[in-house]
Design a protein around this ligand. Structure first.
Ligand code: SF4
Length: 172
């Protein structure tokens, strides 16, 4: 998306956008003892991040982000990384340590706890640094065909299997 300036929607991206359109209305309320605020902007100068949150809650003095996702938990850790990135922003903005967050999966109506562990923090920071490098250099990452390509909306532009075959043919 960033290197080639290309983006195509598929069923998953359209459903995701529609879900976020519904939750991205600025509001503040209490649900029993839990303070909730929706659609506020989060940012971090240190990690060069900015984005609109789905939901931030505070309960018993503990602040945490809740990210909405359309499907159910997949086999990748991108949802946890996104929640961790929001936690990093919240920490910088409030000066408080964020120890947890949640992903709410719309299909199953379930919240999954995300512990903001040192390991997840390190993984998120490494991912952020890779993305910054990618955006600074504009260097296209190599297309490597894997299971995640199955749901990728850029498949018809990227053609990772064909690119791999051509690469192997050229090496031969
Ligand atoms: S098709 Fe696969 S390799 Fe290409 S952009 Fe999508 S996930 Fe990445």
């Amino acid at each position: 998306m960033f290197c080639a300036g290309e983006f195509i929607d598929n069923q998953y991206t359209i459903e995701g956008t529609s879900l976020h359109d519904r939750v991205h209305t600025l509001s503040e309320n209490y649900r029993e003892d839990t303070w909730q605020v929706r659609a506020i902007w989060l940012k971090s100068e240190q990690y060069k991040l900015i984005g609109k949150s789905d939901l931030i809650e505070s309960e018993s003095g503990q602040l945490y982000p809740v990210e909405y996702k359309r499907g159910h938990k997949g086999e990748w850790d991108n949802d946890e990384l996104q929640v961790c990135a929001q936690a990093l922003c919240l920490e910088e903005m409030t000066g408080k340590t964020i120890t947890q967050g949640f992903v709410y999966y719309a299909h199953s109506h379930q919240r999954q706890l995300v512990e903001i562990s040192d390991q997840l923090r390190n993984e998120a920071i490494a991912t952020i640094q890779s993305i910054i490098q990618l955006m600074q250099t504009g260097q296209m990452p190599k297309a490597i065909y894997s299971k995640r390509c199955k749901g990728c909306s850029l498949y018809s532009q990227c053609l990772p299997q064909a690119v791999e075959k051509v690469g192997r043919y050229q090496e031969d």
